[in-house]
Design a protein around this ligand. Sequence first.
Ligand code: URA
Ligand code: URA
Length: 235
Amino acid sequence: MNLQQEITTYFRQLAEQESSIILDDIKRSDPHSVEQIDASELQALEKTVSQCKKCELSQTRKNVVFGQGNPQARLMFIGEAPGADEDRQGQPFVGRAGQLLNKIIAAMGFEREEIYIANILKCRPPDNRDPLPHEVEACISYLKEQIRLIQPEVIVSLGKVSAVNLMNFSPSVSVKSIRERIFTYENRPLVVTYHPAALLRSASYKRPTWEDMQMVMKLLSGEIQWKPETDNTLI
Ligand code: URA
Ligand code: URA
């Protein structure tokens, strides 16, 4: 590196440190006032994740499914793991469950591009089996970083695997027992609902899912007044 490059690098690093400090301050008061920086950090994270080999799923995947949507999304949906269609296309929720999720999003009055969609695992488990604990352990820090960068106002966990791994619930909980509540994930509300794949299997999940989404909309509109709680315990 010549001197010119060294100086340039030094100032760039300095600027990055400074901006992240300023960023943190702004974010606490207004999560949506800083745009490009979040997007570029998210892109850098995506690049890292696209090369991930932390678990064996990297050997069977066709594509990493990082996540998709607006880096300033107010609403974030978090599913379980890519299926065959997602693995093929490299995008979350593009198969049958995804078509249904699109309808739910539209019914809420959102465009898919406005929100952000991600999964607990970024790579497809063979035969769509449940994620193994060591796979979640290897992968979930990527999701947590996505949440930290996007700073959504509300998180929706789609199905049990999403909720259990984000909230550290016992794997024996049922969606039925944890929906209709507002949990706290890093100072923001997290709502659990049925996975769209469950809705495809049983239409009886549609009504409760829609009720859950109405609660989400009320959280976003301020109609439900909500304060962070430290107590997420299940009783
Ligand atoms: N199911 C999920 O949990 N995530 C996807 O991306 C697709 C289907
Ligand atoms: N049953 C399921 O299989 N999945 C859900 O998300 C909820 C109920």
